[in-house]
Design a protein around this ligand. Structure first.
Ligand SMILES: [Fe+2]
Ligand SMILES: [Fe+2]
Length: 335
């Protein structure tokens, strides 16, 4: 992907977010003032960038069809059936607030997009804060917020607050350092001061979305060579009755979706730029988020699953250390 032009990628990402399965091509062309030939070109570019989309004819109308994971049992699926529950949720992770490489303005961008889509649930899969590792003496220089008070206070004051959206979060390895250092509890104070932020657990938490059992997981430890190896191992050790239908994994700062043993699994990318620690360890950093379209039956089985990855290009990232902290404003939407 590096060889491709960033300006096109930014453009494609933005355009791709507007495309919906079943959306008539003509309405899209009208909205963006494109000719039908130009729309064909955009679809080709999207595919080139790995965003699978095609144009198909439905009832005499040309519409977009987005790449999706349709489960095997659903060959006769009718997603308009009133028997199915439809939820669109947003999933983010690893914001590392307090680090000089934080990208709170991109977190804001995701929440704004979620608001425009009418989404009411955002799930945060841990490492909300950068924490305080006592065994990493280089850390303080990489942070503009030090210690529990400053980092938790920043979340309370600055984390996006959008009417109608509740953020459900777990705490990860970095957040936990505050507890390890002095039994300080970010979970209690954030939930107490922000009624739109609900704590689900340390390292792991569970939530039901229209009966769809969803587990948020922040494993800790090092990265595996294969993106799916560790999540697969994790699914294998779960008893069949306790298996989630949707497993969301933070911590790795990687982006990947796969289906294994009837569990839809998403490795959720980070919303923070590459840190010095990652640089030193030679770790890559995927920056982005997911919007998930989920159709489920009454028992909470997922019948149709469409993950939409949002990626950011170099132009979106404020990679000059400290720029985000200096320029970002709190996103607050009241209506
Ligand atoms: Fe992290
Ligand atoms: Fe982590």
């Amino acid at each position: 992907m590096e060889s491709k032009n960033d300006i096109s990628l930014t453009h494609i990402n933005r355009i791709y977010r507007y495309m919906r399965s079943g959306m008539p091509i003509e309405s899209f062309a009208e909205m963006f003032h494109y000719s039908l030939n130009e729309v064909n070109g955009i679809v080709e570019l999207c595919n080139l960038y790995g965003k699978k989309i095609s144009i198909v004819e439905e009832d005499g109308v040309l519409v977009f069809k987005k790449n999706s994971i349709k489960l095997p049992s659903t060959s006769k699926l009718d997603i308009d059936s009133p028997k199915l529950n439809h939820n669109e949720i947003c999933v983010i992770s690893d914001t590392h607030l307090g680090n000089i490489h934080q990208q709170l303005h991109l977190v804001n961008e995701i929440y704004e997009e979620a608001y425009h889509r009418g989404i009411d649930t955002v799930l945060h899969v841990g490492d909300l804060l950068d924490g305080n590792y006592l065994n990493r003496p280089e850390s303080p220089r990489q942070q503009f917020l030090h210690g529990f008070d400053e980092q938790v206070g920043y979340v309370v004051d600055m984390y996006p607050k959008v009417n109608g959206i509740t953020t459900y979060f777990i705490l990860g390895s970095h957040d936990e350092t505050h507890y390890k250092n002095g039994q300080s509890t970010p979970d209690k104070w954030i939930s107490r001061c922000r009624d739109d932020m609900v704590y689900l657990g340390q390292d792991s938490g569970e939530i039901e979305i229209s009966n769809v059992k969803t587990v948020l997981d922040h494993p800790g430890g090092g990265s595996a060579q294969s993106l799916s190896y560790k999540p697969q191992k994790r699914i294998e050790i779960l008893e069949s009755h306790s298996k989630p239908k949707l497993l969301l994994i933070g911590h790795y700062h990687k982006s990947y979706v796969f289906s294994y043993r009837n569990v839809q699994c998403v490795l959720v990318p980070a919303l923070c730029d590459k840190t010095q620690f990652q640089q030193k360890q030679g770790l890559s950093n995927a920056l982005g988020a997911y919007f998930l379209d989920i159709y489920s039956d009454q028992k909470g089985n997922i019948q149709y699953f469409e993950p939409e990855e949002v990626t950011f290009s170099k132009n979106d990232i404020w990679d000059e250390p400290g720029k985000d902290r200096a320029r970002v404003r709190k996103l607050e939407i009241k209506d």
